[in-house]
Every structure is written in C-alpha cells, then in structure tokens.
Ligand binder design. Structure first.
Ligand SMILES: NC(=O)c1ccc[n+]([C@@H]2O[C@H](COP(=O)([O-])OP(=O)(O)OC[C@H]3O[C@@H](n4cnc5c(N)ncnc54)[C@H](OP(=O)(O)O)[C@@H]3O)[C@@H](O)[C@H]2O)c1
Length: 322
C-alpha cells in the first residue's frame, strides 16, 4: 500500500480507504451477512487499507468495530460521522455529543481518529460552526476524537459552496468531498484551499453509479450532449470513455480509469471506494495503486469535462434529495 499523510493531522494512511457506506454498505445493502462484511473489511486491512470510513447513517459501525478489534485497532484510522438533523429538526450540541458516544459504543472503541459532521448543506453550516463545533472541541480535549472533519452533500452542493466558505474558518482538519472524472470542479474550488491549509482530503463519489453502471453512463452522456455540455459525437460512441482504455499505460476499463484519475489528482489524500464484493475490493485497491493515467488522457478528460458541474452525484438507492 502506498501511504500518505492525511493533511496536517500527523496520521499516515493508506491512499486507498474503505468506504463503508454508499450503495453497498460493505454488502449489508445487498444481502451479505455481517460475517461476510467483517471478512471484507479484514481483507481490505490485509491489503494495507488503514482508513475505514463509516457513519451512524450507514449501519456499519458495529461491523467496522469488530473487524478493527480483530485486526489491531491501533494500526487503523476510523472515520465516522453524525448527521445534524433528525426528522427535519436541527440537532443540539448535546444531541451531537450523545451521537459521538453512541458511535464509540457501536465501534467498541474509546476514540475515533476523525469525527465528521455528515453531509452538511451550505444553509446549515453556520449552525454547525457556531453551535456544534465548540461542544466537539471539548470532546476532542477529552480524547474522544482526534480530529474534526466535515463532509459535504454532493447532490445538494455541486459547487462545493459549503467547503469553499468553511475551509476559511480554520476549524477543519479533514474534509470529505465529491470528486470524479466528470465532476472535477474541486480542482479549482477546494483543493487549492486544502493544500494551502494542510487539511486532509477524503474523496467520495469516485465511481459511484456513474462509472459502475454502463447503461446509466450512456444515459448521462445522452443528456449532456442534448444539453450541449459535451461534444455530440461522444454520446453516440459505442464506449463514450473508450479513449481511456488502451495499451501503453492506459486503463483496463472505466472503473480502473476512475480510481487512477482520482488517486493522482493533486490535492487527493485518500480515495474512498465502496463495495460489497471482495473481487471488486481487490481490483479497486490495485487500480488506486497503479501509476497515473497517461498525461494525454488526463488532459483530454480535463478538456472535455473540466467545466461540468453536478454530474453523477446521485444519492444512494432509497434516499431522497433534500
Ligand atoms: N456525504 C458523505 O459523507 C458521503 C456520501 C457518499 C459517500 N460517502 C463515503 O464515500 C464512500 C464511497 O462511496 P460512494 O458511494 O461515493 O461510491 P463508490 O465507492 O465510488 O461506488 C461504489 C459503487 O460501485 C460499485 N463498484 C465498486 N467497485 C466496483 C468494481 N470494481 N466493479 C464494478 N462495480 C464496482 C459498488 O458496488 P459493488 O458492491 O457491487 O462493488 C458500488 O455500487 C462511501 O462508502 C462512504 O464511506 C460519504
């Protein structure tokens, strides 16, 4: 595993991080047993993954806790999250501290390395900063969390407005953002700030549905071409991203290209990948560890899609847009 520093946290982590949410939720969303999901996390750890990203909302904290305990908790970086609304109502500082305690219980641990506010839309940011952060900083003093993080909501904040503003507050040690081959705008709005301020970055949405469902990808190309946002001939090509797949350092397939593009973008610390399949897990880690895509292919991706916004930022199956 290639390792990197997570911003200025002092944590050295594997660049491939296991996402325990998304559509698969370690396979719990697709009928796997808890034992199979634990085995999947153990396989990731065996392959050098050190960062495990979970959340109260994913229902996978117990699984992560059991796998981490068996594999050696101290070598791992656990990242978890609390939402800030329940049934539409904003949560109080006391509620968030109770959520942190509940996460620690489910994870069967006495601290997490990163605790995030989960999926914060721009309109809720001031409540987080002014009313919730002070309480979590007190919990940090007690050692319950090592670093404070925040994650954006890709589908509701495609321009990264929350992070572009919030990163100036000097509060956040780690942020999670939506980034992929056809949603690259963080290169201009987020990464310059995280790099300047030494904030760690965790990338989500790198494959999601857009690059794991070929029919859906074709649908997206058809819509983008109809809207005049990409050249029309791309939408009629048999494989719209086929130019990335070739010998001489090119990608094996679209998913391989997606992970390699994200892993080698300046500003990326950790690429999160979510799966319920050990075969996918092994392939994804291998992709993240491969060299960058050829410079010519990266230039073409950035030329074709650099100006797109809000593409492929779907919610997991069964969730509704805010
Ligand atoms: N706001 C937030 O805080 C937030 C939002 C979203 C995600 N996240 C985090 O980011 C992590 C990444 O998740 P993501 O949902 O954004 O997207 P992702 O991990 O990029 O997407 C994974 C999807 O692609 C499939 N897949 C993965 N590898 C594959 C392969 N090699 N071949 C074919 N299909 C493959 C998976 O299904 P299979 O099970 O079939 O492999 C899954 O449906 C989440 O787990 C979570 O930790 C956080």
């Amino acid at each position: 595993m290639r390792r990197t520093m997570l911003g200025n946290t002092g944590l050295e982590v594997g660049v491939a991080g296991l996402g325990c949410g998304g559509s698969s939720r370690l396979g719990t969303a697709t009928g796997r047993s808890a034992a199979e999901s634990i085995a999947l996390v153990r396989r990731a750890i065996d392959l050098g993954v050190t960062l495990l990203d979970t959340a109260e909302a994913y229902g996978t904290e117990e699984i992560v806790g059991q796998a981490a305990a068996a594999a050696g908790r101290d070598s791992l970086v656990i990242s978890t999250k609390s939402r800030i609304r329940r049934e539409g109502r904003l949560l109080s500082a006391e509620d968030i501290v109770a959520n942190l305690e509940a996460s620690l219980r489910r994870l069967a641990t006495d601290r997490v390395e990163v605790f995030h506010f989960h999926g914060i839309p721009p309109a809720d940011y001031a409540h987080v900063r002014d009313n919730l952060v002070p309480a979590l900083l007190r919990e940090k003093e007690k050692g319950k969390l090592r670093h404070l993080g925040i994650t954006e909501t890709g589908p509701n904040d495609p321009r990264h407005e929350m992070l572009s503003a919030g990163l100036h507050d000097g509060i956040w040690e780690v942020v999670m953002l939506a980034f992929h081959m056809m949603n690259q705008n963080a290169r201009h709005s987020v990464f310059p700030l995280t790099l300047e301020k030494g904030v760690g970055t965790l990338l989500m949405f790198v494959v999601r549905r857009i690059f794991s469902d070929p029919d859906y990808l074709r649908e997206i190309f058809t819509t983008l071409a109809a809207e005049g946002r990409i050249p029309a001939d791309l939408a009629t090509a048999a494989e719209p991203l086929g130019f990335l797949v070739h010998e001489a350092g090119g990608a094996d397939d679209v998913i391989d290209a997606a992970y390699r593009y994200a892993a080698h973008t300046a500003g990326t610390d950790v690429v999160l990948f979510g799966t319920g399949s050990i075969a996918h897990l092994e392939r994804n880690i291998a992709s993240i560890l491969k060299p960058a895509l050829p410079a010519r292919d990266v230039a073409r991706l950035e030329d074709l899609f650099g100006a797109l916004e809000g593409v492929g930022l779907d919610l997991p199956r069964g969730f509704k847009k805010a």
